[in-house]
Design a protein around this ligand. Structure first.
Ligand SMILES: Nc1ncnc2c1ncn2[C@@H]1O[C@H](COP(=O)(O)OP(=O)(O)OP(=O)(O)O)[C@@H](O)[C@H]1O
Ligand SMILES: [Mg+2]
Length: 477
């Protein structure tokens, strides 16, 4: 059934959108109230305005071309453009449709222009915020009410080592390190569910199992009615801080142990010397075999204690020795020769790669050698213990220059050191060896000696693969 309507354009005055009827060359035949008021055209004569001139200059050519095309093919269409009039500038979406005037057979265009200025501004704001969120150095995450992650930014991905795909839809408990109690998390949920902000320091786990420490601020995202719709978490990476703290604690611990040891060595050393002297006196003045035999035992125990005391003193007072220009490479070779004499080193291959350009350094040669020997002896011990039957028995030493420091690395193919022991091995009396086999002072003394020369001693180890000790010494102390 064919329908024909004829209606007054004034009907369009009820619409919030701007409406126009134009002829092909842009003459405006009609416009509604919205158009007049939004473009501030009050008091202007229609004949004075050309529709095309209302289109923003920057978009005019493109828009006019598009309108004219629509005139030609006659299909309804829409385009985003901008209308300007005086100081007014409005982003609009044009909807076009043509119709013919029955009286004249002329083709006209009905144009509806929807003001999208506000929407566009919101879009741009949103784009800006999302760019800021995506590119900030702080890891960010948004979690929905079911506790599923719905957004994570680049920094977050970098911090935890998972991909975005692996994280979205998951609960953040994939990062759980198990270090925090159920109560800790329950309290957090209680606070944020009440619409309040929660801040806490958290130890998480990366994909590869490494810890990552962050301070998290979790804040609820509220809708217009103040209802919680999601949670927003911003992290501050504390890994660096934790690492420094750990190193500082370690250094301070070593220092205070050093002070303590010096005191103990002094206090124990003197009475020990008396005991030793008394034992000798009694030994000489008795013929009783039984007593003589027991005194021999006492003496051997005293000798053992004396050695420990000497080690303690070594750690605490290395600066008493005189410095002499020391050929490090020569010193390393000698240390290896000393080790090779031992029966345990029989099946071990020693390899060296020493940089000949290393200058002589002002050190105490005996002490440096003691460090090398300590480290090599440990390597021999661990290889003998682990690789009795295999032939992967290698101990190597590298020396090299790097900027203004000297690097010496001792590596072995022994059983490695479990992570939890990595800092403990430098503590005095820490040993994993059987009773009577090790006192646990070797590395502690070595650490003290290297530190006294303003150097550093570090360990890198992987269980079942081997261990590397790296000594750095300044070339210009
Ligand atoms: N190359 C290594 N490979 C594996 N573990 C090592 C290595 N070097 C040291 N360790 C570990 O570190 C511990 C401490 O070493 P340290 O030299 O201080 O003491 P020790 O060898 O046990 O005793 P001491 O050297 O006083 O006789 C060792 O018991 C061992 O567990
Ligand atoms: Mg040792």
């Amino acid at each position: 059934m064919e329908r024909k309507y004829k209606f007054d354009f004034e009907l369009m005055d009820g619409l919030p959108e701007m409406c126009f009827v134009i002829a092909k060359e842009g003459a405006i035949l009609d416009l509604n109230k919205s158009a007049v008021s939004k473009l501030k055209l009050e008091g202007k004569k229609l004949t004075d305005i050309n529709f095309y001139e209302l289109i923003d200059e920057t978009l005019r050519l493109k828009t006019v071309k598009w309108i004219q095309n629509c005139f030609n093919d006659g299909k309804p269409n829409n385009i985003v453009s901008r209308l300007t009039s005086g100081k007014i500038s409005l982003d609009v979406n044009f909807y076009l449709s043509n119709f013919s005037n029955q009286d004249t057979d002329n083709i006209y265009y009905f144009i509806l222009a929807k003001d999208i200025t506000e929407e566009k501004r919101k879009d741009i704001d949103l784009l800006r915020y999302s760019q800021v969120a995506e590119n900030t150095v702080n890891p960010l995450q948004i979690t929905d009410l079911n506790g599923k992650m719905v957004y994570v930014n680049k920094a977050f991905i970098a911090a935890c080592g998972y991909t975005r795909e692996e994280l979205l839809g998951k609960n953040p408990n994939v990062f759980s390190s198990g270090k925090h109690s159920k109560k800790f998390w329950a309290r957090m949920w209680k606070i944020i569910n009440e619409g309040k902000v929660w801040v806490g320091e958290v130890e998480n786990r990366k994909k590869n199992g490494d810890p990552f420490f962050t301070q998290i601020l979790i804040s609820p995202i509220l809708d217009a009615e103040g209802k919680v719709t999601a949670f927003f978490g911003i992290h501050r990476d504390l890994s660096e801080k934790k690492l420094l703290e750990k190193q500082l604690v370690h250094t301070q611990k070593m220092e205070s142990i050093g002070t303590l040891a010096a005191g103990v060595a002094h206090e124990v050393g003197n009475p020990l010397a008396s005991i030793s002297a008394l034992v000798q006196v009694v030994q000489r003045s008795t013929n009783d075999e039984f007593i003589k035999e027991k005194l021999k035992l006492v003496k051997s125990q005293v000798t053992r204690i004396s050695k420990i005391i000497r080690d303690l003193v070594d750690f605490s007072r290395p600066s008493n020795y005189e410095l002499q220009m020391t050929d490090i490479n020569q010193n390393i070779r000698e240390a290896i020769e000393i080790i090779k004499v031992g029966a345990k080193a029989k099946n071990i291959t020693f390899e060296t790669s020493l940089n000949d350009l290393i200058p002589n350094l002002p050190l105490v040669a005996d002490q440096i050698q003691q460090v090398f020997v300590n480290i090599l002896l440990n390597a021999v011990d661990v290889i003998v213990e682990v690789h009795k039957e295999t032939n992967r028995n290698v101990i190597g030493v590298r020396s090299d220059l790097d900027d203004d420091q000297l690097i010496i690395e001792f590596y072995d193919t022994g059983g490695g050191i479990p992570e939890e022991n990595l800092t403990k091995i430098f503590e005095p009396f820490f040993t994993t060896k059987k009773e009577g086999k090790g006192t646990g002072l070797g590395l502690w003394v070595s650490y003290g000696i290297i530190k006294s020369f303003q150097g550093d001693l570090k360990v890198f180890s992987k269980v079942d693969e081997g261990t590397t000790f790296r000594i750095t010494l300044p070339l210009h102390p």
